[in-house]
Design a protein around this ligand. Structure first.
Ligand code: MN
Ligand code: MN
Length: 310
């Protein structure tokens, strides 16, 4: 059987990389010939999980079409978050937990999307439905993905299915969810070692807001102040990146993973700024907005922004 790639979105997080590894394993057990690859290097949090579980990082691809004719997507569907030549390959499978936007295929496909906290929760169900046993390290990387996406089950995106999946997977993997999870999340919060340019690109996604391109990045910390003192340099990096890449607006969400609170830096024209204020019901002061209790870009940031711009 001809090989297919399995991958998550650009600027991959632990779900994008971990679930690609798990879904590739499952598909190979079901008779497909797949390779888990990635659209970027793992971040510090993901690297921590890969190291702990004995995985090598999936190799990074720039394009898919030179190597394969068909691909399977996990943790995304929007073309601008996918491989650059996604239009040149056939998408045969999608497993996701995001909104569906601008996604089209010319052929029928397997598409499974659920409004749960993590793609690995959906893949855990697929393993069970197919009666495929989950090896210890695969269970560990799936548990890591769920811990990452749900911030240890504290994000408002968390569902009962995520809780069940994490409990079952942690048991197979033999990990203590609280101690392993906190250590893994903390491994991703070392912002002191990184430049503002790097930090605004680590976990960043582009969204179409009624014809305008919004770049929304998120950085996890254990102390908001550590990021706020670097505000001027962050704003400069966001302006440079917007000019270079043609973003109409840029939002950097800085999230304290310990107390589930965020502060945002936002740049854009006057109209964009007033729409951000409308979306969150908060005033922008000097490009800064406090967003109490906001931790999820997918559930608490993108939907109100989409509504404000439409
Ligand atoms: Mn993701
Ligand atoms: Mn995800």
């Amino acid at each position: 059987m001809e090989k297919e790639f399995v991958f998550g979105h650009q600027n991959p997080d632990t779900d994008a990389i971990g679930t690609a590894i798990a879904y590739s394993y499952l598909q190979n057990k079901l008779g497909f010939n797949t390779e888990a690859v990635a659209l970027g290097e793992p971040n510090d949090e993901t690297q921590y999980a890969l190291d702990k579980l004995g995985f090598k990082a999936p190799r990074v691809i720039e394009k898919a079409a030179p190597e394969v004719k068909a691909v399977m997507l996990v943790d995304h569907n929007e073309p601008q978050q996918s491989v650059s030549d996604i239009a040149d390959v056939k998408v045969t499978h999608v497993v996701d937990h995001h909104r569906i936007m601008n996604f089209n295929t010319s052929d029928p496909l397997f598409y499974r999307a659920e409004a749960v906290g993590c793609t690995s929760t959906v893949v855990w169900k697929l393993f069970n439905e197919q009666g495929v046993e989950i090896p210890e390290n695969i269970a560990g990387i799936m548990a890591s993905a769920i811990i990452s996406d749900t911030l240890l089950l504290k994000s408002p995106t968390t569902t009962d299915d995520d809780k069940k999946a994490l409990e079952a997977l942690a048991k197979i993997a033999g990990i203590d969810v609280q101690s392993y999870g906190l250590a893994m999340l903390k491994a991703g919060t070392n912002i002191a070692a990184k430049s503002e340019d790097e930090l605004i690109d680590l976990d960043a996604k582009s969204f179409d807001l009624n014809g305008k391109t919004a770049r929304i990045a998120q950085v996890n910390v254990v102390d908001l102040e550590e990021a706020v003192v670097r505000k001027e340099a962050f704003i400069k990096a966001m302006q440079d990146s917007s000019a270079k890449n043609g973003y109409d607006m840029f939002m950097l969400l800085i999230t304290n993973i310990l107390d589930s609170d965020s502060v945002a830096f936002i740049i854009g024209d006057e109209d964009a700024q007033s729409k951000f204020e409308k979306a969150f019901g908060e005033k922008l002061q000097d490009n800064e907005m406090k967003l109490s209790g906001v931790v999820s870009r997918k559930k608490q940031v993108v939907p109100p922004l989409t509504e404000a711009f439409n």
